[in-house]
Design a protein around this ligand. Structure first.
Ligand code: UDP
Ligand code: MN
Length: 241
């Protein structure tokens, strides 16, 4: 049996939520042995998302864990941490040791071949992520099949200069670590999490043809605060006699 990939997707309520999760979920239905953990930044699970998950026919867990108010007031808000933490705890308690944990944001785009790359991860594996920052790509720097550093437009003193979509973790390895956590520090969520795994650069497994192949992109959906307003206006126009 293939190891299960536990895909953790943080999400939150806004007009684009159903669209994002429909696109991502239908991508995931093309992949074998996936367990999708949709973790909402909310007090409750949104019924349209539960219906979507039922329709997709994937193995899934739907949970909700809201960001504490104190972090919402920060200048740079650490997005999706409370819900990722809840999913992480779920995986630590319920995940199969042979399985793999992967964080995938709801607005990213993924080539399903990446799942073949990450499925046999023994500790932590990494690969490039496209459409990140000024450099357009964020990637481990590889020498002789070992990670020796990172190419990233925002080093910010991080030991692991990687995006959330740029790594996967073996569940057995995860469970052996004592103080696994993700910090509520915007921009340092990945680095803090990977540091909490007691990871050394030399232990990182290099994937995607020695990190030369881009199989996931940090695409972002444009925010459109006037979207609900425009819809209302449109409807009002339509009902004019
Ligand atoms: N997110 C969340 N709560 C929020 C804002 C974002 O759970 O208040 C989720 C979002 O759905 C996404 C992830 O956290 O899966 C990263 O957020 P976003 O895409 O806005 O950040 P960026 O693209 O800037 O990294
Ligand atoms: Mn995003």
């Amino acid at each position: 049996n293939l190891p299960v990939i536990y895909v953790v997707t943080p999400t939150y309520r806004r007009p684009e939520m159903v669209a994002e999760l429909t696109r991502l979920g239908q991508t995931l239905t093309m992949v074998k042995r996936i367990h999708w953990i949709v973790a909402e930044d909310s007090h409750t699970c949104s019924p349209p998302i539960t219906s979507l998950l039922d329709r997709l026919g994937l193995s899934y867990t739907h949970l909700a864990s809201p960001m504490p108010e104190v972090y919402r007031r920060e200048k740079y808000v650490p997005r999706g941490v409370s819900n990722r933490r809840a999913a992480l705890q779920w995986v630590q308690e319920n995940g199969e040791d042979t399985g793999v944990l992967y964080f995938l944001d709801d607005d990213n785009a993924i080539d399903i071949r990446l799942f073949n790359e990450m499925r046999l991860t023994q500790t932590v594996s990494m690969w490039p992520v496209g459409l990140i920052g000024e450099y357009t790509v964020s990637s481990p720097v590889v020498k002789g099949n070992q990670v020796v550093g990172f190419y990233d437009g925002w080093p910010a003193g991080r030991k692991f200069q990687v995006d959330m979509a740029g790594f996967a973790v073996n569940i057995g390895y995860l469970k052996k670590q004592k103080k696994v956590t993700m910090p509520y520090i915007a921009g340092h969520e990945e680095d803090g999490f990977l540091k909490s795994l007691n990871l050394n650069l030399k232990d990182i497994e290099v994937k995607a043809d020695g990190c030369t192949n881009i199989l996931v992109w940090h695409t972002r959906t444009a925010k459109n605060p006037s979207r609900t307003l425009r819809l209302a206006h449109h409807q009002a126009t339509n009902i004019k006699p």
